[in-house]
Write a protein that binds this ligand. Structure first.
Ligand SMILES: NC(=O)C1=CN([C@@H]2O[C@H](COP(=O)(O)OP(=O)(O)OC[C@H]3O[C@@H](n4cnc5c(N)ncnc54)[C@H](OP(=O)(O)O)[C@@H]3O)[C@@H](O)[C@H]2O)C=CC1
Ligand SMILES: O=C1CO[C@H](CO)[C@@H](O)[C@@H]1O
Length: 320
């Protein structure tokens, strides 16, 4: 099996270029994480909103107790949910999330969305999700500057090694860079051939911000959740451009999609609860797509964003 490559962050730290995504892992999470570690995964992409941090932590503990890995071998990633953007909310919820995981620090901690929602006590409503109060989205007044400064403080007090932003677009990042005392190490956004994000990726990489692409397989997650209206585009796994390359390189369509992303210098965090797919989604960097093939896949771009909260909330036009 080939090695999993790493990406160097702007603070000198390194993270694996391929990790495991924890969204929608709802059953048997401890075992899923434990098996993923045994399969070779070292980076886990979690979030308050995924509702499974405590269970994921049990899987990590089991692997550490059995001597399979040490804490320092792992890169545990989590995110600040929208209801904790006010500065006084950040540290307490991070301490709570760390306790769920059973760890002392996060390797990476992101602001999950540039959207501040009214606080909801996690004891009353866990996980709070998007519909914070009686099914309604209620915004809070915390600015991104206020939240970023509170997230920077997590680095100062040792609760996060690296900090990042997720679902932020260009102008918001430009603004954040004006006041950031600690520059974001990572940007996590939706990226697949139907949303290739060329300008955003080029901009972030030029600014020394590493980019992680999520939902590498396109609409799959959102179709699965029935969260999107039918969009007239073929499934990426069945797209001719992808299937032809899969035959050429004797890889699966999933591996072609992931390799396209890593060829662009992106990190990826595919999710699977199918044990047979664990290795498939981790060990795929042992072949090279030509520059022409990368461009051909990039050329499938249609600017279709599947994870677009206004589509399923009917409000909050945050990405427009
Ligand atoms: N920052 C943010 O706002 C967001 C972050 N994320 C992060 O990114 C991660 C990945 O994104 P996600 O949207 O989950 O989607 P992915 O693109 O990883 O797709 C997951 C879907 O693909 C299926 N799948 C996985 N591997 C294969 C394979 N080799 N062949 C065929 N089907 C496969 C899975 O099914 P099965 O499990 O049955 O294999 C599941 O239906 C999330 O888990 C989360 O950590 C995601 C969305 C938003
Ligand atoms: O990361 C995530 C995947 O997308 C979902 C829909 O916006 C979010 O709720 C979730 O937190």
């Amino acid at each position: 099996m080939s090695e999993v490559p790493t990406i160097k962050l702007n603070n000198g730290r390194e993270i694996p270029q391929v990790g495991f995504g924890l969204w929608k892992v709802t059953e048997d999470t401890a075992n899923v994480v434990y098996e993923a570690i045994k399969a070779g995964y070292r980076l886990f992409d979690g979030a308050f909103d995924y509702g499974n941090e405590k269970e994921a932590g049990k899987g990590v503990k089991k692997a550490i107790d059995e001597g399979i890995v040490k804490r320092e071998d792992l890169v545990i990633v989590s995110k600040l949910w929208n209801t904790f953007h006010e500065k006084e909310r950040v540290e307490p919820i991070v301490r709570q999330q760390l306790e769920w995981w059973g760890i002392e620090y996060f390797d990476v901690f992101y602001i999950h969305f540039p959207v501040a929602l009214q606080y909801v006590d996690p004891k009353d409503s866990y996980p709070s999700g998007w519909n914070t109060l009686d099914g309604k989205v209620v915004e809070s007044k915390a600015s991104i500057q206020e939240t970023w400064q509170a997230v920077e403080h997590l680095v100062d007090i040792g609760l996060a090694k690296s900090i990042g932003i997720s679902n932020f677009q260009g102008s918001l990042i430009i603004d954040l860079l004006r006041y950031a005392r600690i520059r974001p190490a990572l940007l996590q956004v939706e990226i697949h051939p139907y949303l290739s994000q060329e300008e955003l990726v080029t901009f972030a990489q030029k600014e020394g911000i590493a980019v992680t692409g999520y939902s590498s397989f396109g609409p799959l997650s959102f179709v699965e959740l029935k969260w999107i209206k039918a969009i007239d585009c073929p499934k990426l796994f069945e797209h001719e451009v992808i299937t032809k390359l899969a035959s050429k390189y004797q890889k699966t369509p999933a591996q072609i999609l992931l390799r396209w992303a890593t060829s662009r210098g992106l990190a990826v965090i595919p999710k699977t609860t199918d044990p047979k797919r664990l290795a498939e989604n981790l060990y795929f960097n042992d072949f090279k797509l030509t520059g022409e093939e990368v461009s051909k896949i990039t050329g499938l771009n249609r600017n279709i964003r599947f994870n677009n909260p206004p589509d399923y909330l009917g409000t909050l036009h945050i990405f427009a």
